[in-house]
Ligand binder design. Structure first.
Ligand SMILES: Cc1cc2nc3c(=O)[nH]c(=O)nc-3n(C[C@H](O)[C@H](O)[C@H](O)COP(=O)(O)O)c2cc1C
Length: 232
């Protein structure tokens, strides 16, 4: 369970693994560097979901998860005893370390590009796996275990999705992440979402006229990330 002072779990999901053009990788990298300067490197964990993809959940995950759900909230250490067969055991072996890592993190830093209006499949695979039934609820009190966890989402999108823009209704990235982490029990004031918009304005002729707005959005995102990184 997080006490708000635990380690930093840094998760990147941009397919631009070399980081040549990735805005999210550059900005999460900035945050992480600043965090390590303040807290030292010992409490820092990095997970690159593109370099090391999380396997998609399979039927063993569903079978075990359903059995667990029928029992209400099962403490993590008792889940293994409910696994039936090698497939469920394998799925649990893949799941438990990721769930434990998320539960123990004081700050979770996520780099999230918009892909086809939503989040990258690499991130969704991690989300599906870590969201094991009951894993973020205290079995005794029923209270959320991530109530003290800070989540910083650094998002980017090639186009613009602000209120009143033609594609405003197509944003399934930020509203999705807000709903997801809210459901997981992260406190509203501990969830910080920063997004750089119009990141493709310099490459796509159709967006060229928005280059000024893109630069403003990027500067605002850089400042917001620096501000969040400077907080205790
Ligand atoms: C597979 C793919 C799908 C994309 N889909 C969208 C999209 O639906 N809407 C959008 O605004 N930008 C889209 N983009 C552009 C990215 O959101 C944009 O380049 C962003 O900066 C990517 O994050 P990164 O710079 O950290 O790699 C897409 C890019 C890729 C590679």
């Amino acid at each position: 369970m997080s006490d708000g002072n635990g380690f930093l779990l840094h998760v990147d999901s941009s397919a631009d693994r070399r980081g040549e053009v990735s805005v999210t990788r550059r900005l999460t990298g900035m945050f992480a560097r600043s965090w390590r300067e303040r807290h030292g490197g010992a409490g820092y964990r990095y997970r690159d979901l593109v370099a090391e993809p999380v396997p998609l959940v399979g039927s063993g995950y569903v079978g075990l998860g359903t059995r667990v759900e029928r029992q209400g909230v099962v403490p993590l250490e008792k889940v293994a005893a409910l696994a039936e067969g090698a497939e469920e055991e394998r799925e649990w072996a893949l799941t438990l370390p990721l769930v434990s890592e998320l539960r123990e993190a004081g700050t979770v830093l996520l780099g999230v590009p918009m892909y086809n209006f939503g989040v990258p499949a690499a991130l969704k695979a991690w989300i599906d796996r870590v969201s094991f039934p009951g894993a973020y609820t205290d079995p005794d009190s029923g209270r959320p275990l991530l109530g003290g966890t800070r989540v910083v989402v650094v998002a980017a999108c090639g186009g613009g999705y602000g209120p009143g823009t033609p594609r405003a209704d197509c944003d399934f990235q930020v509203p999705y992440l807000r709903a997801y982490f809210g459901e997981l029990g992260v406190a509203e004031d501990a969830l910080h979402i920063v997004r750089a918009e119009l990141t493709r304005a310099g490459d796509m002729p159709g967006l060229a006229r928005f280059q000024g707005l893109a630069a403003e959005s990027l500067t605002a995102a850089e400042e917001a990330v620096a501000g969040l990184a400077a907080r205790p």
